[in-house]
Unconditional design. Structure first.
Length: 232
């Protein structure tokens, strides 16, 4: 795959064969970011699981201590008093039948979706719209709940969802290039700590098998995952 001059220049700052301490990796990922906008800092974590087995599907959520740096628009499907609770907690949109019809029509001007349990039969009809975008509410990640206010606040503060892909890798965002290094460090450790606690009992051998950081447009930086896991 052909890469532009800026990417090649950025790659020259990184030893592709070396695994760096987390602090060094964060600094390098930021240094190698060349876009004019405030790029996200993304992480890829290779896990020793086989997602084809249901009991090894690693999926959940974690509240990053320093947030993601993104303005997250939250939609809540709920009825009655729950709508006021959701809006008071910071939800951008809250409603039931009318909102469902709007989404069925193709409207997707939101980043996260929460639903109360009693709304899930109706929300299930939105699978074709929400499913491909990864927005379908799910009790496993806490987005199907009667306590909508709590979840809305967590999402606004930086709660992220994660799900292992078909080859056993977790991909997610842990902050912005403009974040101080120690804040990115704290976010990464919080995510990794959560993943380790979720290790499936049926997963055999080494669990965390690789970690890489990168800015949105930048090259990847390998992290010394053995050292990092031992520090947690």
């Amino acid at each position: 795959m052909a890469r532009g001059k800026q990417y090649q220049t950025a790659s020259g700052k990184i030893d592709a064969e070396k695994s760096y301490d987390l602090g060094e990796a964060i600094a390098l990922a930021k240094e190698a970011a060349f876009a004019k906008f405030d790029e996200s800092i993304d992480i890829a974590i290779k896990l020793g699981v086989n997602p084809k087995h249901a009991d090894q599907m690693v999926r959940g959520s974690v509240s990053l201590p320093n947030g993601t740096g993104k303005d997250v628009k939250v939609l809540v499907f709920c009825k009655g008093e729950k709508q006021k609770e959701a809006l008071d907690a910071g939800a951008d949109f809250a409603g039931d039948d009318e909102l469902i019809a709007k989404v069925q029509g193709g409207w997707t001007a939101f980043d996260k979706v929460v639903a109360t349990p009693d709304m899930m039969v109706q929300v299930g009809k939105l699978g074709r719209v929400l499913g491909p975008r990864g927005l379908m509410p799910n009790p496993k990640v806490g987005t199907v709940t009667p306590d909508v206010a709590k979840v809305v606040k967590e999402l606004k503060a930086g709660m992220i969802e994660f799900r292992v892909d078909k080859v056993g890798i977790i991909h997610t965002t842990v902050g912005k290039k403009s974040f101080e290094n120690d804040k990115l460090d704290q976010n990464i450790r919080a995510l990794l700590d959560t993943l380790i606690k979720m290790k499936p009992s049926s997963a055999k051998g080494q669990y965390v098998r690789g970690i890489a950081l990168s800015a949105t447009m930048g090259p990847g930086v390998k992290v010394d995952h053995h050292k990092l896991v031992n520090e947690l």
